[in-house]
Ligand binder design. Structure first.
Ligand code: COA
Length: 373
């Protein structure tokens, strides 16, 4: 195998999966056979979560029961709240998520793999409360109640963040965004989760591995980095000159490009229209025009297209969500996809342990320490 072909495992098929197709001809992006467009337009995030964790779309009764179950699982143990209070205010919110999942793994351990779906539901239900309990404690000096009257995870997240009922549009955009982020085949964080699961480690360890992997700007961290990029411009007029300069300096433009897609990310068309809709009532609508200008320059000069992270960034911004919370929102959603992959890995497990092409020194004699220069 040549080095170029295997760098970053690009194009390497690392296993079989029945959960999702990404960029496959005739299939596009789908979760368990349902197209992303259909799911984003016609199903709620809870239906998608049920599909991924419980392997089928729920009927109305199952969905109602599932929503009620998730509502009942939002509570946080006092010990976990104490840990969140002890973490420094300066902690990166992704480190908060990783630490909280790890802590919950100590408080409510997985004694038996039969508990895996129950733990996935527990994390799905409690992650928004975890993040926003920490956030309000440190930034608003408030110990918030992590319950809300909102039935959906999207509404619940926004209610806990803002302390008031979100608008219907905000709830809808957040719901769609969670669906778009839920699953994406063997991406880096999912693969990390599968590697951890393949050692027969516990569910929480696999999820903390995934969160740590998602944190980087080449993966989930790109949505925050994309917003920081957009905010560098004051108007669409200055985009071309500055962006060309950045490209000349070989800077990576965050929120663009993809390892698997070569022409477009199908999730982009969906989130982009919601970003535009939100911009109409936003106090900084010019960030949408700036985003469009960046998109045009990137396509015209590099044939690079926005991935999901790019317009997710402005969508969240228009909903007044603080930028450091963007990647943790990804976690609140992707927990569903990670869970599905951990289950699948466990159901037909083989330890993931690839080989490497050695390019180090030839065998040599060890010189005793006293004789070394
Ligand atoms: N900005 C500028 N140039 C980019 C780019 C970007 N966002 N994405 C790719 N390129 C360029 C690279 O510089 C490289 O050019 P070169 O051949 O002249 O050196 C070429 O395109 C291939 O990029 P590479 O990073 O090797 O491809 P990859 O398949 O490993 O990259 C990503 C995939 C996602 C890591 C990459 O596109 C990227 O870093 N994007 C920005 C981060 C991001 O948005 N991540 C979220 C992904 S969903």
């Amino acid at each position: 195998m040549s080095k170029e072909k295997t760098a970053g495992l690009a194009s390497v098929v690392a296993g079989k999966s029945a959960i999702c197709t990404v960029g496959k001809e005739g299939k596009g992006l789908n979760y368990r056979g349902y197209s992303i467009e259909d799911l984003a337009n016609n199903a709620s995030f809870e239906e998608v979560a049920y599909l991924l964790i419980h392997e089928k779309l729920p009927n109305q009764t199952e969905l109602d029961d599932y929503q009620n179950k998730l509502i009942s699982l939002r509570t946080l143990p006092q010990e976990l709240k104490s840990v969140l209070e002890c973490l420094p205010k300066t902690t990166h919110p992704m480190d908060v998520m990783r630490t909280a999942v790890s802590t919950l793994g100590c408080l409510e351990p997985e004694d038996d793999f039969n508990q895996q779906a129950a733990i996935a539901d527990r994390l799905l239900a409690s992650l928004p409360g975890i993040l926003l309990y920490w956030y309000h404690f440190h930034f608003q000096s408030q110990k918030i109640d992590v319950q809300s009257t909102e039935n959906t995870l999207a509404g619940h997240f926004l209610y806990l963040l803002k302390g008031k009922t979100p608008t219907a549009l905000e709830k809808q955009v957040m719901d769609v965004s969670l669906t778009l982020y839920a699953e994406h085949e063997f991406n880096a964080s999912t693969f990390a989760a599968r590697v951890a699961a393949s050692t027969l480690s516990d569910f929480y360890s696999a999820i903390t591995s995934a969160i740590g992997t998602l944190r980087g700007p080449l993966h989930g961290g790109a949505n925050e980095a994309a917003m920081e990029l957009i905010q560098r411009f004051e108007s669409a007029d200055e985009v071309e000159e500055k962006l060309l300069e950045m490209l000349k300096n070989k800077e990576k433009i965050m929120g663009f490009g993809h390892r698997v897609y070569s022409e477009c990310d199908p999730r982009n068309a969906i989130i982009r229209q919601w970003s535009q809709k939100l911009s109409l009532n936003a106090k900084d609508p010019h960030y949408y025009e700036i985003s469009e200008a960046i998109e045009k320059v990137m396509w015209d000069t590099k044939n690079l297209f926005p991935n999901l992270d790019f317009y997710s960034a402005s969508s969240y911004y228009f909903m007044n969500i603080p930028v450091p919370l963007y990647t943790p929102i990804f976690v609140c959603s992707r927990i569903t996809g990670w869970a599905a992959h951990i289950f699948e890995q466990r159901a037909n497990n083989a330890l993931i342990r690839p080989g490497s092409e050695y390019n180090g020194p030839e065998p040599r004699a060890l010189i005793p320490i006293k004789q070394r220069d």
